[in-house]
Design a protein around this ligand. Sequence first.
Ligand SMILES: Nc1ncnc2c1ncn2[C@@H]1O[C@H](COP(=O)(O)OP(=O)(O)OP(=O)(O)O)[C@@H](O)[C@H]1O
Ligand SMILES: [Mg+2]
Length: 234
Amino acid sequence: MPTPLIQTRDANLELMSGTNMLHILKDINLSVNPAEVVAIVGPSGSGKTSLLMVLAGLERATSGDIVVAGENLGDFNEDQLAIFRRKSLGILFQNFHLVTSMSALENVALALEIAETGLPLKEIRDISAAALNEVGLGDRLNHQPRALSGGEQQRVGLARAMVSKPRLLLADEPTGNLDQDTGALVIELMFDLARKQETAVILITHDRVLAERADRTLVMNRGQLSEKTQEVSL
Ligand SMILES: Nc1ncnc2c1ncn2[C@@H]1O[C@H](COP(=O)(O)OP(=O)(O)OP(=O)(O)O)[C@@H](O)[C@H]1O
Ligand SMILES: [Mg+2]
């Protein structure tokens, strides 16, 4: 067995909402191998995004352990968590989150600049252009997001998430704002890149067809994560 890339042990997330304590994640025991592609499905409000937040160190588990790439995130201070995110994580959101005043190339280059690779600017631009080329946008380098379609914007998002060759890609409904065919194309590209770069992927999706493309599907229900079984209706 390979050493897992993600290993959580009885991870819980409780948050105060007014005077109520909400138990959002309940005893999560998740193990994901390097380069494994895992889909997470489940009803709205069940805790899927919260789980990604905890895995990204954007939210701290209230109890239990979150170990990613051999590091226990609970041992990190905020600065160390930020460095961990820049170096080890790619994140892909539903709403693309591109910088509107920057070109496609600048958006991707920004991710490499933030990762503090020490690469010279020229090389950063070349690598970013190559990443955009890989997602089929080699002729859109200088377009700003508003001059790109939704599918093209998400492909820029994908190039940005993958350009620093992260070990883990966290994708939160990345096709939620795209039509079915465009969404399927983006997911295809995402899986291709992940396979090439040996990146593990956690994909949250409401789309059962897309979920079936993953190595494994897990179901989140009221903060509890379980293996997909026949009885669970999505
Ligand atoms: N910062 C917060 N403070 C209080 N409650 C929160 C906070 N963030 C999330 N929640 C609650 O935690 C629960 C899980 O939310 P989460 O966003 O993880 O669900 P989800 O499965 O991603 O849903 P969706 O499919 O709609 O995106 C919800 O009941 C939500 O209201
Ligand atoms: Mg969500």
